[in-house]
Design a protein around this ligand. Structure first.
Ligand code: C5P
Length: 396
């Protein structure tokens, strides 16, 4: 898939730099050539010798190394690759990229290139969440820079949260997608995600606790395998991933309409926690407290988007639902699969004790026509990757 490609790999100065050695190994195993560029910071964490040995090529480090300029100028170096990958992309490197700095070899190559750039950010969780980094990220994404990760988890600095660099296998998938080479290339997948908000009146609504984390992770994993993703999201607390077509909706009815408008598709993954009911007598004006006593809300049943897609004349070849249960998970989910007419159900136990709802991990049971398959408890991103890989297999 990556055979015959050339990747310029810019290794920034972070502890995650060691993972680049494995990334180089994977890239070369896939038939790609790697041009390694080591920043001054990167060279504090991995040696030029180990990078060069694995890449099988010389390591570029210094902008003002005249020998480099004689052999290959920095402009040429920036363009000789099919893709530039920055891993780890430190807060400082991201700031330099966002600001258009060109004061060392790495930043100059990133400024001079006419190729796409993929960054794998890695930093302390507070640095990642700092408004400056998030501002830079938004700017870079707006400039068309692709991102992979960071993942949430234990960090080398002893803290916990988003900031760990994506694993080499994830970076490989993102490189494949950036080069348009993934197994889902040419496929269109609809993903619904997040909660819905059902208005009571113009200022109040009924909602649920879905964060949209699993749906966003799935959309990113499908994108990384090369799919064109239509991501239809309710008001989630987790932002949508870059590189997918986002439609933001509030209500179940609007989500259904957006899903139907996105057809035809090869697959539909309904990960949204859609409200079962909407308020039938929602107030056109803010409902006042007072003499009329307590308001009485009447409910109407919302359309079931999963069933609608499963029974549609343009039914996607693969329709996948989720089932959040608090007891008898496999039994309820198996019944749900039959009732809704979908192909697979991804079932999970969301009893409060599991910490899954709103948490970083998920323990799922995949229900297919062949029965129930228990998956181990995994980070939501890993569940997403496994599911995306299964979807790619099913559509192959
Ligand atoms: O019935 P329940 O809400 O447990 O079903 C969950 C599955 O059905 C999820 O895949 C969810 O996205 C989907 N669903 C839907 N539209 C609804 C309710 C649920 O698509 N109105």
């Amino acid at each position: 898939m990556l055979a015959g490609r050339r990747i310029t790999l810019i290794i920034g100065g972070g502890i995650a730099a060691y993972k680049c050695l494995e990334l180089i190994r994977l890239l070369r195993g896939a038939g790609s050539a790697v041009t390694p560029v080591l920043t001054a910071g990167g060279a504090q964490f991995v040696t030029p010798l180990s990078v060069a040995a694995l890449a099988g090529e010389r390591v570029f480090q210094d902008l003002f190394d005249l020998k480099d300029e004689a052999e290959m100028g920095h402009i040429e170096l920036s363009r000789a690759a099919d893709l530039l990958v920055v891993a780890p992309a430190t807060a400082d490197l991201m700031a330099k990229m966002a600001g258009g700095h060109a004061d060392d070899l790495a930043s100059t190559l990133l400024m001079a290139t006419d190729k796409r750039v993929l960054i794998a950010p890695a930093m302390n969780v507070r640095m990642w969440e700092h408004p400056a980094t998030q501002r830079n990220l938004a700017m870079l994404t707006g400039d068309g820079v692709l991102t992979v990760g960071p993942n949430a988890g234990d960090m080398a600095c002893g803290e916990f949260g988003p900031g760990r660099m994506a694993e080499p296998s994830e970076i490989m998938a993102a490189i494949g997608a950036a080069l348009g080479d993934g197994p889902l290339k040419g496929r269109h997948v609809i993903v619904t995600s997040g909660p819905t908000h059902e208005p009571i009146d113009p200022v109040r609504y009924i909602a649920n606790r879905s964060s949209g984390a699993q749906g966003a992770a799935l959309a990113a994993a499908l994108r990384d395998l090369g799919a064109r993703v239509s991501f239809i999201t309710g008001p989630a607390s987790v932002p949508p991933p870059a590189g997918v077509a986002v439609t933001r909706v509030e209500t179940a009815v609007a989500m259904r309409d957006a899903a139907l408008a996105a057809l035809p598709a090869d697959a539909a993954i309904c990960a949204a926690a859609v409200a079962d009911w909407r308020v039938a007598n929602a107030g056109a004006q803010k409902i006042k407290k007072g003499a009329a006593g307590l308001p009485v809300l009447e409910f109407a049943e919302n359309p079931d988007i999963l069933t609608t897609l499963s029974t549609h004349a343009q039914r996607p070849a693969l329709v996948v639902g989720f089932a959040a249960e608090t007891e008898d998970v496999a039994a309820h989910a198996t019944a749900k699969r039959a009732r809704k007419g979908c192909d697979w159900i991804v079932a999970n136990d969301v009893s409060p004790a599991t910490g899954i709802m709103g948490g970083a991990e998920n323990a799922v049971t995949l229900i297919t026509a062949d029965g129930a398959e228990d998956w181990p408890r995994l980070p939501k991103a890993e569940v997403a990757r496994r599911l995306a890989a299964r979807i790619a297999e099913a559509l192959a």
